[in-house]
Design a binder for this molecule. Structure first.
Ligand SMILES: [Zn+2]
Length: 265
């Protein structure tokens, strides 16, 4: 092609690239449930307990996270591996439900990731040990489930470090990830987590299992949004979660997807 045509081609290609690049963050922010963080306001995408899912399938929130460049260089996987989804359970261990969740995972030979609260890990060390013995990944969800963005430096460090110490005492290894409660983080919180050699992790795709919308609705919501790379957020502290889990696992398998763990240590 002539030089003029070539230059024209380069100009058009450049414009298309610019347009796509500019549009992408807006799409992610509108669709994800971590919108405030993604849009760079730096803080809080608190999902209120009564906020209902829209019923519309969302793109992979985990991929649309406020991911700093370093994450792509990290060896710690924070999204599910190709062809799989990752099941994650927050806020435990719970004396009632963790063992029930574990029994279901064992039955289906599924390995998951549990983001524990330090305060609960300290109270139920046998459950922590059982999770680890069963090959479940144990990760950090802070000590007391405070909103980390609201804490002073000392308290913030304590919320991050204390569960590391407690869990290490029980299973002999420290978590490599911390999922900040309420999905609330900012640059300071993320830096404080990384300062401890831990990877910050966002809340994942919300199953809304804390709402009492029924097992069927919850299952449909999760299955509609099950695709390669997805990280699902559940809580091992609700009966509804336990009841829905078998059909969620079977539904994911029927879609031809497997399961992988994030934050393996
Ligand atoms: Zn939580």
């Amino acid at each position: 092609m002539s030089l003029i045509k070539y230059l024209l081609f380069c100009l058009i290609a450049g414009l298309i690239t610019l347009t796509v690049t500019a549009a992408a963050p807006g799409v992610s922010a509108a669709a994800g449930n971590d919108a405030a963080t993604i849009s760079g306001k730096g803080l809080t995408d608190i999902v209120l307990p009564n906020k209902a899912p829209t019923g519309k399938a969302l793109p992979n929130k985990a991929l649309a996270d406020n991911t700093p460049i370093e994450k792509t260089l990290s060896k710690i996987r924070t999204i599910a591996s190709p062809g799989t989804v990752a099941l994650t359970f927050d806020d435990g261990p719970s004396p009632i439900y963790t063992a029930q969740v574990l029994a279901i995972l064992d039955k289906y030979h599924v390995k998951a990731t549990f983001f524990l609260l330090g305060v609960n890990a300290k109270e139920y060390p046998d459950l922590v040990k059982k999770l680890a013995d069963d090959g479940q990944v144990i990760a950090n969800h802070s000590q007391n489930h405070h909103m980390l963005t609201k804490l002073n430096d000392a308290k913030l460090e304590s919320e991050i470090v204390t569960p590391q110490v407690i869990i290490n005492e029980i299973i002999g290894k420290k978590p490599v990830c911390l999922r900040y409660p309420y999905g609330a983080s900012n640059a300071k919180v993320q830096a404080a987590i990384r300062d401890q050699g831990i990877e910050p992790v966002s809340m994942g795709f919300n199953s809304f299992d804390y709402e009492r919308r029924g097992v069927e609705k919850m299952t449909q919501w999760v299955l509609k949004n099950a695709y390669s790379g997805q990280v699902f957020l559940f809580h091992d502290k609700f009966e509804q979660t336990v009841e829905a889990l078998p059909q969620i696992i079977e539904g994911i398998q029927k879609k031809g997807l497997g399961f992988s763990q994030i934050c393996e240590n």
